[in-house]
Design a binder for this molecule. Structure first.
Ligand code: P6P
Length: 337
């Protein structure tokens, strides 16, 4: 019984990754050490996010300790940068919060490049909507002096990707290229325990997830696809709309329940809104590993080669068959051109 196993078997995320890495005799544990430092960052952010509301409340009562209430996304970024540098396993860090890349000092340098959004969706903190950390891990191309070229790699070169969702519980979803597994933080132990082994996304879903408020700016294929979701021609039932406006929450629901998440290009933002390196790639990596797919409107998302570290891309990701449907509409459009 799972609960008993939990009590005695304690499959923590560290043990799980060690088991996985033991398949590679040449691995020296560097990846496990790196991951442990990412997990440390997630535990800190989980605690800070859970207290944020309370701290703000106390602050409102005029009892602030004088220290300027640091914005949570800035604080989270500092924690992740410090944790990743101190791991001694990274050489380049790309954060949504930092305009420029962080090149780790040679004395602390390792072989991994980490791209991350420390607190995606942070505008939702004040109303208690789930938010999250998103991350992806590349290996440096070769042992030369690290350059941006080492992170401007297509998503298919990622060694691992994941997110940590800070909601009613703290859930970390991770893939190291051999499927997707979910871990839930047990606060009494301070450990992430395996709770969602080998996640597979349903082949087809009944939910579509998009900001309908942008409908007037959509291109033809996106507009046609959403129309099909609402007024199916083949007599099937229409899909439900679920849009939280926090990518980690929308993607987590899509992964577990199936369906499709869309952030399309539109006339206002021709490359869409979401960032390639630390939003599109990690979520696309997870979707493919869970049996789904991810499409940019032009190509497989993981084949995209970024040219700038904060580059954006349209993204359609989720259940295999649902993404196949929108790919067909873009292909038909392409034939017309
Ligand atoms: P919109 C949050 O600000 C975010 O970056 C993602 O987490 C989310 O999916 C998206 O933007 C929501 O954007 O334009 O629908 O409010």
């Amino acid at each position: 019984h799972a609960a008993d196993a939990h009590r005695t078997d304690l499959m923590t995320i560290t043990r799980f990754v060690l088991n996985e890495q033991s398949k590679y005799p040449e691995s020296r544990g560097d990846f496990t050490i790196l991951l442990n430092h990412i997990v440390l960052g997630c535990k800190f952010v989980c605690s800070a996010v859970n207290k944020a509301g309370l701290a703000k409340l106390i602050g409102l009562a005029g009892e602030t300790n004088g220290e300027e209430q640091k914005k949570l996304d800035v604080l989270s970024n500092e924690v992740f940068v410090k944790a990743l540098v101190s791991s001694g396993r990274t050489c380049i860090l790309i954060s949504e919060e930092d305009e420029e890349a962080t090149f780790v000092d040679p004395s602390k340098r390792g072989r991994y490049c980490v791209v991350f959004d420390p607190l995606d969706g942070s505008s939702n903190i004040d109303c208690g909507v789930s938010i999250g950390t998103i991350f992806g891990i590349y290996m440096i191309k070769d042992n030369h002096e690290p350059t941006l070229d080492d992170v401007l790699q297509p998503g298919k070169q990622m060694l691992a990707a994941g997110y940590c969702m800070y909601g009613s519980s703290c859930t970390l979803v991770l893939s190291t290229g051999e499927g997707v597994n979910g871990f839930t933080l047990d606060p009494s132990l301070g450990e992430f325990i395996l709770t969602h082994p080998d996640i597979k996304i349903p082949k087809k879903g009944k939910i579509y997830s998009v900001n309908e408020g942008n409908a007037k700016n959509w291109d033809g294929p996106t507009a046609k696809y959403v129309e099909k979701c609402k007024f199916p021609k083949d007599g099937s039932s229409s899909k439900s709309l679920r849009y939280i406006g926090s990518m980690v929450a929308d993607v987590h629901r899509t992964l577990l329940y199936g369906g499709i998440f869309l952030y399309p290009a539109d006339k206002k933002s021709p490359s869409g809104k979401l960032r390639v390196l630390y939003e599109v790639f990690p979520m696309s990596f997870l979707m493919e590993q869970a049996g789904g797919q991810a499409f940019t409107g032009k190509q497989r998302a993981l084949d995209l080669v970024p040219t700038k570290i904060h580059e954006r891309s349209p993204i359609f990701l989720g259940s295999f068959d649902d993404v196949e449907d929108i790919k067909a509409l873009y292909a038909a459009e392409g034939k017309k051109e």
